[in-house]
Write a protein that binds this ligand. Sequence first.
Ligand SMILES: [Zn+2]
Length: 332
Amino acid sequence: MSIHTLAPEAGKDYPRNWSEFLERFVSEQACLDYLEWLRWPRGFVCPRCGVAAEPYRSSRGRLMCASCSVQSTVTAGTIFEKTRTPLRVWLAAAWYVTNQKHGVSALGLQRVLGLGSYQTAWTMLHRLRRAMVRPERERLHGIVEVDETYLAISDRIQPVARGRGKGRKSQTHQTHVVIAVELLEPKGFGRLRLQRINNASAEQLIPFVLANVEPGSQVRTDGSAAYRDLADLGYVRHRTVHLGSDVPAHVSMVGVHRVAALVKRWVLGTHQGAVQPGHLDAYLDEFVFRFNRRTSRSRGLLFYRLLEQAVVTDPLTYRDVVDKLPRATATA
Ligand SMILES: [Zn+2]
């Protein structure tokens, strides 16, 4: 844990608004200094030998460990590794993504930052999304509603990038998404988790609950047999029966229905439904990042949280993103 995670100060640890952003990030060096401070709040630590000592600095931003002489950079091993895009543009992208209430599409980002290619904007967004999930995040607890929904997404490529997918007919995919959301008492929602699943079987749903909900929690589900084993796994299962019940589903499972509606609106609005099924989880992570910080009073704090995570998240190249994901397949 870094020392500056507890109570970052507005205006000091992060810019409060766009004008402070411009004042602070006047040069590439200013951006590098900021990222260095985020990455090593107590001072440089060698990524190879782990020795914490002030490194030798070359004029080109290289850092050389005083102990083992290995050379590195502030951005090596982060989402900014080997990027040809200036850091000022990266930080502006992070600012824009966190300051727009509903995020931004790759096309929108390309336009607002004046980026040369759609692909650059798309890759930046994907790398930023990767930094939106904290690996050590706590599981949901208390009262948690869990349910599945369908999301209709199209593998259509956005207009400007159309050249790449020439002649290809777009398809609409009905993808299954599982939702888990904390219910607060007396009212309101807590934190959220979303994940794409292949189907609504126990094999898909139980591992999701285990990974995302603390045992001992009360898990509210529909009557599906897929959730039957939850009780044996240490959860208190509360069944909400839809079929034959006098209470409509959207009343009895208010959290998941609200979230499902918001996710659908976001995918159709910000992204015009154009999300490749193989990339859906990354989009869902972005939605969760924003949802779980929706009460944050300061947008600058979201920018800070995103960058704080970005400097400890592995890089991902455009080819990594495209190649490593399963090819889009129609899912029923
Ligand atoms: Zn070293």
